[in-house]
Design a protein around this ligand. Structure first.
Ligand code: ADP
Length: 501
C-alpha cells in the first residue's frame, strides 16, 4: 500500500497532492488541532486500494471542545446582521467556485465517483445551494397575529411570532455525497444564525476539510463551523449525546438513524433524519420507451447506485417488460467501469470493500431466492472495489427487493395495471422517492398522489433543486431538507404577547 501520492503516477493537481500528503487535523474554532487521542484513520482510494491520506480520529474530548466553541460562537453569530450572514455565505460560494476543480478531484479520489458527477452533482450543486441559502438569510420573517383572548374582554394586545435560530447544530453525514450532504446542513444553519459541528463520514472526510479551509478564508467567526472527523461510534455518538447540542441533523442508514433519533429524544433535541430508500420506478405502457429506458438506467447506475433515491425497484408494464429490461441491460453493459478520475469513466468503484461485500451479499441472496441475473453481478479483476452494473429479474418478496442495497443493482418486475403497480410500489418500509414514466397526465397525477414517498418525479428521476424540499415518509426519515422547509428546521417560533391597556 502506498502512503504517498506522487505527481507522476496520479492525475491529481499539485495542490491536492500537497493536501493529501499532509496529516489531516480537526478544525475547531477556526484552528487546526490534533485529535486528543493522537489516532488517525487511513483514507483509501477505492479505485486502487492505496492509502492516500490520514484523517484524525476525533473522540468525545474533541467533540466537547467543538460543541463548546459552537456555543460560544452562537452568542455573537446569532446576533450578526442577516446581510452579513448573506455576504459571508456568498463569499464562501465564490471560494468554493474558485476551488471547484480541487474539491471535485478530492471527492472523486475519496469516494470513487466519476469526476463529472463530482463536478456537477456534488461541487456544482453545493455552490448553488450555498448561494440559494445566502438569499434566505435576509428573508427570514416572523408574523403578527390578531388574537381574541375571550376571557379578557376589552383588553388590547399586540402579538407576534419571532423566528429564532435553534442554537448549536450537530450534523452527521454519510459517504455517498460527502460535500453536498455537509453543505445541505452547514448552509441553512449559518443562514439562520445557528452554529454547527459537523462529523463527516469516516470513509470520505477530505472535502469537508477543504471546505473548512474555505470557511476560515471566507471570514466566518471562530466556532461558527467546526469539523470533527472520526468514527460514528466515537465522534458521532459523542455529538448526538452532547447536552450542548440543540438539534441533530443526520443523513445515513435507517438503523443508525433510529439510534441517533432515540438519543436526540432522550435530551429533547430537535432532529431531522434523512434515511434510506428503495425507490420504485413505474413505467406505464404509454411511456416514451426510449426516454424511460435511459431514465431508469441513470436512476440506478448514477453514483454507482450509492444514492438514497436510487431507482432500485423497476416496475414495468408487462406489455413492454422485455423491451425495457433489454434496454436497461444494454445500457448497463455499455458503462465504462473504471476509476472515477479517468476521463472515460462511466461508473467508478464502490466506496469500500465492506460496501462491495454488502452489495454482493444482496445479489447472492437474490439468486438464492430465485432471481435471474440478466447482466452484471461481477467483480472486476485487480485492485479497486469495482462491480459491474447489475440487472436482476426478481419478485416482490425477495430480500433484494425489500432492502436497500446501495449499489448498482436494479430489480425488474412486471405489472398489469396501475392499481397493481401502486400496490407493489408502496409495499416497502421506505418512502423517500419514486418516479412515474407516462404520457398520460391523469395517470401521472393519480400515481403521484398515491405513491407513499416524499418526492415523486414524473418522466425524470434524481432531479434536485435548492428550492424543492426533500425528505422521506415512513422509515425514510423525518423532516425536510432544501427549500424553505430546510430553513424552518433551523428556527424556533417564539410567541410574544403584549397587553397594551
Ligand atoms: P453506513 O453504514 O453506510 O456507513 P451509517 O448510517 O452507519 O451508514 O453512517 C452514516 C454516518 O453516521 C457516518 O458519518 C457514521 O460515522 C455515523 N454514525 C455511525 N454510527 C453512529 C452512531 N452510533 N452515532 C452517531 N453517528 C453514527
Amino acid at each position: 500500500m502506498n502512503n504517498k501520492i506522487d505527481a507522476e503516477t496520479n492525475p491529481l493537481i499539485a495542490k491536492n497532492i500537497k493536501f493529501l500528503n499532509r496529516k489531516q487535523k480537526l478544525m475547531i474554532n477556526n484552528e487546526w488541532v490534533e485529535p486528543s487521542s493522537g489516532n488517525f484513520i487511513d483514507v483509501v482510494d477505492p479505485a486502487t486500494e492505496n492509502v492516500v491520506s490520514h484523517i484524525a480520529a476525533g473522540n468525545k474530548v474533541d467533540i466537547d471542545k467543538a460543541v463548546n466553541a459552537a456555543n460560544e460562537a452562537f452568542k455573537c453569530w446569532s446576533k450578526v446582521t442577516p446581510l452579513t450572514r448573506q455576504s459571508l455565505l456568498l463569499q464562501l460560494a465564490d471560494l468554493m467556485e474558485k476551488n471547484a476543480e480541487r474539491l471535485s478531484e478530492i471527492e472523486s479520489i475519496d469516494n470513487g465517483k466519476s469526476l463529472i458527477i463530482a463536478r456537477n452533482g456534488d461541487v456544482g450543486s453545493s455552490i448553488n445551494f450555498v448561494r440559494y441559502m445566502a438569499g434566505w438569510a435576509t428573508k427570514i420573517m416572523g408574523s403578527t397575529l390578531d388574537i381574541s383572548a375571550p376571557h379578557m374582554p376589552g383588553a388590547e394586545f399586540h402579538a407576534y411570532i419571532k423566528k429564532q435560530p435553534v442554537g448549536v447544530i450537530g450534523a452527521i453525514v454519510p459517504w455517498n455525497f460527502p460535500l453536498s450532504m455537509a453543505i445541505w446542513k452547514i448552509a441553512p444553519a449559518l443562514a439562520t444564525g445557528c452554529t454547527i459541528v459537523l462529523k463527516p463520514a469516516e470513509q470520505t472526510s477530505l472535502s469537508a476539510l477543504i471546505l473548512a479551509e474555505l470557511i476560515i478564508e471566507a471570514g466566518f467567526p471562530p466556532g461558527a463551523v467546526n469539523i470533527v472527523t472520526g468514527y460514528g461510534l466515537e465522534a458521532g455518538n459523542s455529538l448526538v449525546t452532547n447536552p450542548g447540542v440543540n438539534k441533530i441533523t443526520f443523513t445515513g442508514s435507517v438503523e443508525t438513524g433510529k439510534i441517533v433519533g432515540r438519543a436526540a429524544v432522550a435530551e429533547m433535541k430537535r432532529f431531522t433524519l434523512e434515511l434510506g430508500g428503495k425507490s420504485p420506478i413505474i413505467i406505464r405502457k404509454d411511456a416514451n420507451i426510449d426516454t424511460a429506458i435511459l431514465g431508469a438506467s441513470m436512476a440506478i447506475f448514477f453514483n454507482q447506485g450509492q444514492t438514497c433515491t436510487a431507482g432500485s425497484r423497476l416496475y414495468i408494464h408487462q406489455s413492454i417488460f422485455d423491451k425495457v429490461v433489454d434496454g436497461v441491460s444494454k445500457f448497463a453493459e455499455n458503462i465504462n467501469v473504471q476509476p472515477g478520475y479517468d476521463a472515460a469513466c462511466g461508473m467508478g468503484p464502490l466506496v469500500s470493500d465492506e460496501q462491495r461485500n454488502r452489495v454482493f451479499g444482496f445479489i447472492k441472496s437474490g439468486i438464492e431466492e430465485g432471481a435471474e441475473v440478466i447482466t452484471g453481478a461481477k467483480k472486476l479483476p485487480g485492485a479497486g472495489y469495482f462491480i459491474t452494473p447489475t440487472v436482476l429479474k426478481t419478485s416482490q418478496k425477495m430480500k433484494v427487493v425489500q432492502e436497500e442495497i446501495f449499489g448498482p443493482v436494479v430489480c425488474a418486475m412486471p405489472f398489469d395495471d396501475d392499481e397493481e403497480a401502486l400496490t407493489l410500489a408502496n409495499d416497502t418500509r421506505y418512502g423517500l422517492a419514486a418516479s412515474v414514466w407516462t404520457q398520460d397526465l391523469r395517470s401521472a397525477h393519480d400515481l403521484a398522489a398515491n405513491i407513499h414517498a416524499g418526492t415523486v418525479w414524473v418522466n425524470c428521476h434524481n432531479v434536485f433543486d435548492p428550492n424543492l424540499p426533500f425528505g422521506g415518509v415512513k422509515q425514510s426519515g423525518i423532516g425536510r431538507e432544501l427549500g424553505k422547509a430546510s430553513i424552518d428546521g433551523y428556527l424556533e417560533d417564539k410567541t410574544v404577547l403584549m397587553k397594551l391597556n
